[in-house]
Design a binder for this molecule. Sequence first.
Ligand SMILES: C[S@@+](CC[C@H](N)C(=O)[O-])C[C@H]1O[C@@H](n2cnc3c(N)ncnc32)[C@H](O)[C@@H]1O
Length: 514
Amino acid sequence: MTKLPAPDPARLASLREALLAADYTADGCLDLLGPTGYAALARSEAVPALRATRGGTPLETLVRLFLLQQPVPYPAAAAALPVEECLADGWLTRDGGDVRATVDVRPYANEVAGLDSSDAWVVSDLGCAVGGAGGIGAGGSAAGVARGELVLGVGGASTTLAGLAVRRPVRAALDLGAGSGVQALHAARHAQRVTATDLNPRALAFSRLTLALSGFDNTETAQGSLFEPVGERRFDLIVSNPPFVISPASRFVYRDGGMAGDELCRSLVRGAAAHLEPGGYCQLLANWQHVKGEDWHERLAGWVAGTGLDAWVVQREVQDVAQYAELWLRDGGDHLAPRTVYEARYNEWLDAFEAARVEGIGFGWITLRAGGAAQPTVRIEEWPHPVEQPLGPHIEQWFARQDFLRGHDDRALLAARYLLADEVVQEQVGPPGAEDPEHVVLRHNRGMRRATKVDTVGAGFAGVCDGSLTAGEILDAIAQLLREDPSRLRDRAPDSLRLLVEQGFVEPATLPQR
Ligand SMILES: C[S@@+](CC[C@H](N)C(=O)[O-])C[C@H]1O[C@@H](n2cnc3c(N)ncnc32)[C@H](O)[C@@H]1O
């Protein structure tokens, strides 16, 4: 294993001070590079950023060193950093009269819903901050690291999971498959103690650097597979962006779980119940197989069945087997290999899918909660539309609304009061100029950004939900207006009301409001 920088707390504190003094922060870099340069970097394009960092200020030097991975003259580095300490500790290495970074150190705005963002840095392998192993070229390796052990920085999946996590002040959190430590970094702000685990010891070394450089001392690391390193310990929050890729061979530890098909994600779901405190959440990103002749909903229901956990599974996307193979061939840099090698690897993926009768692969989010109900709520659905991140607060509310619905029969539902959720609008759909719309849609511009068709009663009902009347009283008033029989309206309303509550268009007035 290539030696990584030493995680000495005092030395890390002086490095952190230098980074802050130079304004090497997410905001500082955005100001320097501008939105165009910043966005180009996210696409692995460095030219705009190189043009913006020609002046030699400490911030420009740090961006060149750690973001763009360019050699910089020793005196410039000395003006920006405790350079001799950084050389001795292994952050930098000499290259003639220049110095170079040995690792990627990327400013990160550590945002947690409900708290101010705080300056943090994520440390990962050179060249891997954006994209997969393909980012460093087919034949190359980062600083002599075996490609299979590369530790990636923050990617799209990392930020998705960070936004989904339920962020309550809690005692203990677990980041399973911590990699660079980015999920642990978020959790360290609202959990008293965070445990970061990973199969790859290099990943844990990076996690320790990320957390210590960002100033956290409430974290620990433990090496091993899945839940094995934590024994029988329980947590209030488990987050995992696991190596979910369904691949024919285990080539990259950061993505290939090394188990057949989608077994790694299934194992995580099956193992969660034994590691959750009452009320605790386990949230993970996952891929699952769509197998010929099997309904994917049932496959996922089978993962959750018998765990005793409430579950909300959202499928965001489905790719066919060829798209999927190409995605991960490109991620691994295989598209840069000779054509015959590329085609042989492509065939390996398709052979494995064919043998397992896999027709497509679902991508999605799984939230599990140890709600303690005798009959847990399990919702498995497809929602490919844009959502509002961070979704964490909405996910917590969704579970609270499920509890409410489970605890209220139709009579109790009608006896309760409701509030129209924030930013719900009504849209009328029909030919221009028509007197009556063909249908009415309620659209919620927050959270999952749901839309649902409603009838006149549903629209009228939602519109007057201000908590002053019970649902039954509102329905009686609507019945009078429409000259309908109130008891018939009361009989047919609960199903629609349940849907409006479940999807968050109206919220029970007794629940804490966001
Ligand atoms: C996709 S990366 C996620 C990194 C980071 N948590 C994030 O959100 O960006 C998956 C991580 O899981 C680790 N891993 C692979 N197999 C594992 C296993 N069986 N048990 C635990 N971690 C594993 C990999 O080393 C890698 O660091």
